[in-house]
Design a protein around this ligand. Structure first.
Ligand SMILES: CC(C)(COP(=O)([O-])OP(=O)([O-])OC[C@H]1O[C@@H](n2cnc3c(N)ncnc32)[C@H](O)[C@@H]1OP(=O)([O-])[O-])[C@@H](O)C(=O)NCCC(=O)NCCSC(=O)C[C@@](C)(O)CC(=O)[O-]
Length: 299
């Protein structure tokens, strides 16, 4: 299979990246991050989550962040919604696209959203119905596609029915998440081979955490499988509150560098992206997680 000519990056830094931070991050700093990412040319930015603040306190101000950001024409600013309440709160905050999130592991589903996989899918149905009637696009996530912090190995055959269910209920794209970053390039190729028998490749995305240093290799393995949408996080921010020890997503800067080397267009200005990552890393008081940013001689 030949490599895709264009790739779309879904920037999840402001959401997946920051949701796990214990230290307070001001609304102004979150707004600045999203604006910097807009200026760097990202066409899709996941800005926040409308989830319970008791479960994920860092996302509590997502409505204020939406109110503060500069929205550029043609850029999608999305948010996570776990239930109808979250969906309605998101809409009230002016959100035009949401993402629902399920898991391929029962134990993770319980820890993350306090219900079974099948109950979570039922919970999404009223969201899908309301979204359809209001013309809101919904993206779907499946977590733990290559491993679970509680159940260990997860097979591609466990992932495929969950991805299919999200696709069948109307998610226009399903992102497959290696939440704990244990997957290898071989596992990744097999995952997409199996899942693409249920959901077309053009409607699948890859979401790789870099815990074991395999994320960039997994992006490349996915490209070889014809996948052309990847979630990534500026400065490699992040982790998951329900997957202890998991590091951030693959750094957006590193993915852009990889893609540039393959002659694949993303429309992203790498220098501005690096600057955005350095600014938020400074706010967080730590070094950037992007190897490319580090190699360019800055922090
Ligand atoms: C789903 C629930 C709400 C169930 O949580 P629950 O406790 O079972 O829900 P509940 O319906 O019993 O409600 C409990 C309380 O939460 C409130 N509540 C209920 N819904 C909402 C809402 N939408 N927004 C704000 N508040 C809400 C509700 O009003 C009530 O408040 P109280 O009466 O106790 O004061 C909870 O488990 C939750 O919010 N979980 C979110 C977990 C999360 O955000 N995880 C991280 C995102 S997933 C991820 O990172 C993985 C991904 C996508 O990146 C891919 C990958 O890497 O794998």
């Amino acid at each position: 299979m030949s490599l895709p000519k264009n790739v779309r990056l879904v920037e999840v830094g402001p959401r997946d990246g920051l949701q796990n931070e214990a230290q307070p991050i001001s609304v102004a700093d979150k707004v600045r991050l999203v604006d910097d990412l807009t200026d760097a040319g990202l066409a899709y930015i996941e800005v926040g989550s409308f989830v319970s603040p008791k479960w994920v306190p860092q996302m509590a101000g997502s409505g204020e962040v939406f109110a503060g950001i500069r929205q550029r024409e043609g850029v999608t600013y999305a948010a996570l919604a776990p239930n109808l309440r979250g969906f309605e709160d998101a809409l009230a905050a002016g959100v035009k696209e949401v993402a629902v999130f399920a898991a391929a592991s029962e134990a993770f589903s319980q820890r993350n959203i306090n219900c079974s996989i099948s109950d979570s899918l039922k919970r999404f149905e009223p969201i899908m119905e309301s979204a359809r009637s209001q013309g809101v696009r919904v993206r779907g996530y499946v977590s733990c596609v290559l491993g679970c912090p509680y159940e260990g190995r997860i097979s591609a055959e466990q992932v495929a029915p969950v991805a299919k269910a999200l696709h069948d209920m109307g998610c226009y794209e399903v992102s497959l998440g290696d939440t704990i970053g244990t997957g290898t390039a071989g596992d990744t190729r097999r995952l997409f081979e199996v899942v693409s028998a249920q959901v077309p490749r053009a409607q699948l995305a890859g979401h790789f955490h870099d815990t074991y240093g395999q994320a960039l290799a997994n992006v490349y393995a996915s490209l070889l499988e014809g996948i052309s949408v990847f979630d990534s996080s500026v400065a490699g921010l992040g982790g998951c509150p329900y997957a202890k020890g998991a590091t951030g997503n693959v750094a957006s800067e590193d993915v852009v560098y990889l893609l540039q080397g393959l002659g694949i267009e993303t429309g992203i200005d790498l220098n501005r992206l690096i600057a955005a990552g350095l600014r938020i890393s400074e706010v967080l008081g730590r070094a950037t997680g992007s190897r490319v940013a580090k190699a360019r001689g800055v922090r």
